[in-house]
Every structure is written in structure tokens, then in C-alpha cells.
Ligand binder design. Structure first.
Ligand code: AMP
Length: 285
């Protein structure tokens, strides 16, 4: 296995990518915060199928964490991440420091508007401002033809798509399906915070999404309040679970659906605290 080239400075990265671009290579970008798992690796694999030079960025972005969130504790597993990235065929790792991404005089931030104020935006004020800012910076630094994101963070994709459209960013977005553990838990770097009991409790997220899908699509139950109550009931059955939000929304604009129907595509969204760990998940059906 080849060692993975690592770039921490912008001029060297830019020079390398210029040469790649001149050689006619299609560049794919996979932004991550590290502590990689099979969900991240599936994005890299998709990127290798569609691009000749796959750039993975690893940056725990301080501006997307609230003051009482887990920035300092966020898992950092660089050596293992690099081995995993080599094994799935990433071509280079961009590993900037906070000072490189946010020099002292940095003062510009991206606000994406209403889509970023709902759900996660409401519960994590400033989160999407940080996400949009860092993603636009990464897109400007790398200049990829394609950028890969996970459906796991569905609202994040909506926010990035809005930004890319509004600001005419010349990149094509790709959205990859959520990768799950065999028992249904969506893979997340934060899953490693869970104790054994909490790990068992965390199954209520995917269980409640699956329940909603079954009730609506198999049993044709279109009573919105009833479905939401049943989903809440499943979440509350776990001792350590506290619901942040749960919603049945329009997948296009994330607005709550007033009525459910056979023809209406439904996005079920939820955020749950399991002990001190906050997990999100979603499903479209
Ligand atoms: P993160 O490192 O958590 O910022 O995630 C980096 C990228 O990986 C984002 O586009 C996420 O949506 C994506 N991702 C995270 N978890 C999963 C998963 N379980 N399945 C698919 N993609 C994921």
C-alpha cells in the first residue's frame, strides 16, 4: 500500500492540484472531520469511481461547534485515518491547522438563510454558518469538479446545495447513502462516545425511522400526529434517550408536512441525546 501524501499548507496543495488539473484529471473532494468510519470511506470509494484525483480533507472545524459542544473532545485518530484512506484509494490528504483555515484577521462568514435556521440550525445556533464557511473555503482551496457528502447529514447537504447554487460555485455535489452498523445505527464518529448501555439505547433512532416507514408505506397510515406519537414513544422507551426534535418534512425544503399521502415523498428527521452524546438520523420514504 502506498503512503498517503499529506498537505498541510495551501501553496503546496495548490501547486500539486494545478499539475493534476493540467494533466486533465478530474478532482473529487471529500470533506471530513476525521475519526473515519465506513460511512466516510463509502464517500471516498464513490469519489474514486468518478474522479482521478481524490482529495480528502480532515479538519475539525471549530466554527461549527457551539461553546458547550464537543470540539475539544472530538475524537482524533489521525494514524488510523491515514491507513484507512490509503486502503480505499484516496490520493491525498489535506490536513490544515486552525491557523491555516482561519488566520487571525479572518472575518468573513457565510449565512445561508432560512434552510439553515430550521431543525439542526435551531438546536445548534451558528452551526451551519460554520459548516457553510468551511465548506466554501475548502471548495475554493481545492477547486474540485465533484464534492461528496453523506445523506446522514441531510440538512447539511441542503445548506451546501443552497450555498453552491446561490454563489455560483462551480462544483457538482454528490450525495451518498447513509452507512449503518448491522443493527441499524447510522455510523458516526460520535458513536464511540457511547457506553455499552447507551449503544444499546441508540438503536431507538433507526427503529423509530423504520417504524414510521412501515406504518406509512406498508400500512398506509397517513395520520401525521399518530405517526409522530409512535416515533416519540419508541425514542422514549430507551432509558438514556432525550428527544431534541422529530419531524416529518418535505425533502425539498425541510418544511413540516401538514398532511401525509401515498404520493408525497417524506423525510423523517430526528435528533436524540443518548446520555451526553447527541445523535442525528433521517430516512426518506
Ligand atoms: P463528518 O466527519 O462527520 O463531518 O462527516 C464527513 C462526511 O461524511 C459528511 O458528508 C457526512 O455526511 C458523511 N458521513 C458521516 N457519517 C456517514 C454515514 N454513516 N454514512 C454516509 N456518510 C456519512
Amino acid at each position: 500500500m502506498q503512503t498517503l501524501p499529506v498537505f498541510t499548507e495551501l501553496p503546496q496543495l495548490r501547486q500539486f492540484l494545478l499539475t493534476e488539473r493540467k494533466a486533465g484529471k478530474r478532482i473529487g473532494l471529500v470533506p471530513t472531520m476525521g475519526a473515519l468510519h465506513s460511512g466516510h470511506l463509502s464517500l471516498v470509494q464513490s469519489a474514486t469511481e468518478e474522479s482521478d484525483c481524490v482529495v480528502v480533507s480532515l479538519f475539525v472545524n471549530p466554527t461549527q461547534f457551539g461553546p458547550n459542544e464537543d470540539f475539544a473532545q472530538y475524537p482524533r485518530t489521525l494514524e488510523q485515518d491515514m491507513m484507512l484512506l490509503s486502503s480505499v484509494g484516496a490520493h491525498l490528504l489535506f490536513l490544515p491547522t486552525v491557523e491555516t483555515m482561519y488566520p487571525r484577521n479572518s472575518a468573513t462568514f457565510i449565512e445561508v438563510g432560512p434552510i439553515s435556521e430550521l431543525w439542526e440550525g435551531e438546536h445548534r445556533p451558528g452551526h451551519f454558518r460554520g459548516v457553510a464557511t468551511v465548506v466554501l473555503k475548502l471548495l475554493n482551496i481545492v477547486g474540485p469538479d465533484l464534492a461528496f457528502f453523506g445523506q446522514k447529514d441531510y440538512q447539511q447537504v441542503c445548506v451546501i446545495r443552497q450555498m453552491v447554487d446561490d454563489l455560483n460555485v462551480p462544483v457538482e455535489l454528490r450525495v451518498c447513502p447513509t452507512v449503518r452498523e448491522p443493527d441499524g445505527l447510522a455510523m458516526s464518529s460520535r458513536n464511540r462516545y457511547l457506553s455499552a448501555q447507551e449503544r444499546a439505547d441508540s438503536l431507538v433512532l433507526s427503529q423509530s425511522l423504520n417504524h414510521a416507514r412501515k406504518r406509512i408505506r406498508n400500512e398506509q397510515v397517513y395520520n401525521r400526529e399518530q405517526i409522530l406519537a409512535e416515533m416519540r414513544h419508541i425514542i422514549e422507551s430507551a432509558e438514556n434517550a432525550v428527544l431534541d426534535y422529530i419531524a416529518l418534512v418535505d425533502p425539498e425544503n425541510l418544511q413540516p408536512l401538514q398532511t401525509l399521502s401515498e404520493s408525497q415523498k417524506i423525510l423523517a428527521l430526528l435528533a436524540v441525546r443518548i446520555g451526553t452524546t447527541r445523535l442525528i438520523d433521517n430516512a426518506i420514504f
